[in-house]
Ligand binder design. Structure first.
Ligand SMILES: Cc1ncc(COP(=O)(O)O)c(C=O)c1O
Length: 439
């Protein structure tokens, strides 16, 4: 048994109670729904997870980036209880309700796009991206979609096509959607890209007068936390204006304060026409949205977009409280502080271990890339996995990322305490020492 201030490991993983549920999972839950953690959660508070066997972990994965304000924030819990006591569902397009309207107002107010804005809500990040494409096609009356290397946009037919990584996301799932073209994305550690290269690739792949929309992550998430150079997003704005297509930022992972601003694009001084948002928007309840210029958002004909559960009242109530909590508790500043503190520890790891090739990030969206050696930069995928597993066995959950799976990233709640950050980083540093000591 190892007990620290916030973490506690009482059993090998999985413990006996988790093992019973995991055995049933293997029998009844479809195999592709593979789980990262080898235990079953019982409860959670802030950034701490306790499993069925009483083991306690610091969760740097934050439900893959959905828990900016932490698990079960009291304001959100209270709003949800209140909503349950009134009504659960109508379908907004059958009988409308105020929480969705209030949320649209709050989201528009927090979106740094000039002029009139409107919002629409859906259930998942992928649905938001799909709908951004539909809205852009209706607005431009064009069909083609531009995306980027290393992108992740979801798992539906269109968004899977827009996603870069083939395995596991596309394996066995073709044929894919048509009219999607991929452009180079700057990967400062591995591959510099110039504006000329992006434009000439675009012009070689597609007639720009046929392009409806360019969809881009202002900071790449699943693809390895790639922060583009300062010129990148403003240049994309120039291209959108030059060729008359819609510019849509996919902020599903980078939005809702993750980078220390409400949206990551605010760091770069470039305005999109549409923004896709999900994940931390409703603190784990299924909700996504598209927000953007009113004239673009209004382009599809009435009833052309929507969905039975889209903008569910419980999720909208949670989202209103998420936005209020970010403002009231100054959590955007907190996100920057959390990111700085973790980055300093990553830099310490880089000084101690040659396997660390790159430390990067923006705000709380920080990552460390591991390589077999610093000259060849060959990705160290296996060791990255071993380090993550060792850290988890000792009480700290760190997700991996990147096309080669050799990046450790942080998607932690901003309410994590400094003490918990330090404890988690100590566990991670020990995991580096343990794994690298083995032949
Ligand atoms: C940038 C980005 N877009 C879209 C998605 C898809 O979101 P969802 O899994 O909610 O469909 C994700 C999920 O990780 C994401 O990171």
């Amino acid at each position: 048994m190892v007990e620290r201030k916030s973490t506690r490991i009482l059993t090998a993983l999985p413990g006996p109670k988790s093992a019973v549920v995991l055995a049933k999972k293997a029998k009844y839950v479809a195999a592709p729904l593979e789980a990262y953690a080898p235990f079953i959660i019982r409860s959670s508070e802030g950034a701490i997870i306790e499993d069925l066997d009483g083991n306690r972990f610091i969760d740097f994965s934050g439900g893959w980036g959905c828990l900016a304000v932490g698990q079960r924030h009291e304001r959100i819990v209270a709003a949800l209880h209140d909503q349950i006591d009134h009504f659960l569902h109508t379908d907004f397009t059958a009988v409308p309700y105020a929480p969705l309207v209030e949320l649209a107002e709050a989201l528009c107010a927090h979106t740094a796009i000039s002029g009139e804005k409107k919002a629409a809500f859906f259930n998942s990040g992928a649905e938001a991206v799909e709908n951004a494409v539909k809205i852009a096609r209706a607005y431009t009356k064009r069909k083609s979609v531009l995306v980027f290397e290393n992108a992740f946009h979801g798992r539906t037919l269109l968004t899977m096509t827009m996603t870069h990584k083939a395995k596991p996301y596309k394996t066995g799932f073709g044929p894919f959607a048509s009219d999607v073209y991929r452009l180079p994305y700057p990967y400062e550690y591995r591959k510099r890209v110039t504006p000329e290269e992006i434009e000439s690739t675009l012009l070689s792949l597609v007639d720009p007068t046929e392009v409806a929309v360019m969809v881009v992550e202002p900071v790449i998430g699943e693809g390895g936390f790639l922060v583009p150079p300062a010129w990148f997003l403003p240049f994309l704005r120039t291209l959108a204006d030059r060729y008359g297509f819609v510019l849509a930022f996919d902020e599903v992972q980078s939005g809702i304060g993750r980078t220390g601003k409400f949206f990551a694009f605010e760091h770069f001084g470039a305005e999109p026409d549409l923004v896709c948002v999900a994940k931390s928007l409703a603190s784990g309840l299924p909700l996504s949205g598209v927000v953007g210029r009113a004239k673009v958002m209004d382009a599809p004909i009435p009833s052309a977009i929507g969905g039975t559960y889209a903008g569910n009242p419980l999720a909208c109530r949670a989202a209103i409280e998420v936005i209020r909590t970010l403002d009231k508790e100054k959590l955007l500043d907190r996100a920057s502080h959390v990111g700085d503190r973790i980055k300093a520890r990553f830099e310490r790891l880089a000084k101690r271990f040659d396997i660390v090739g790159d430390v990067r990030g923006l705000g709380a969206m920080v990552a460390i890339e591991l390589v077999k050696d610093r000259v060849s930069k060959e990705p160290a995928k296996e060791i990255t996995g071993k380090i993550a597993q060792t850290a988890m066995a000792n009480g700290a959950i760190f997700p991996t990322a990147g096309l080669q799976g050799n990046v450790l990233r942080v998607l932690v709640s901003f309410v994590i305490t400094d003490e918990q950050i330090d404890e988690g980083m100590d566990i991670l540093e020990d995991a580096f020492t343990d794994v690298l000591a083995k032949p």
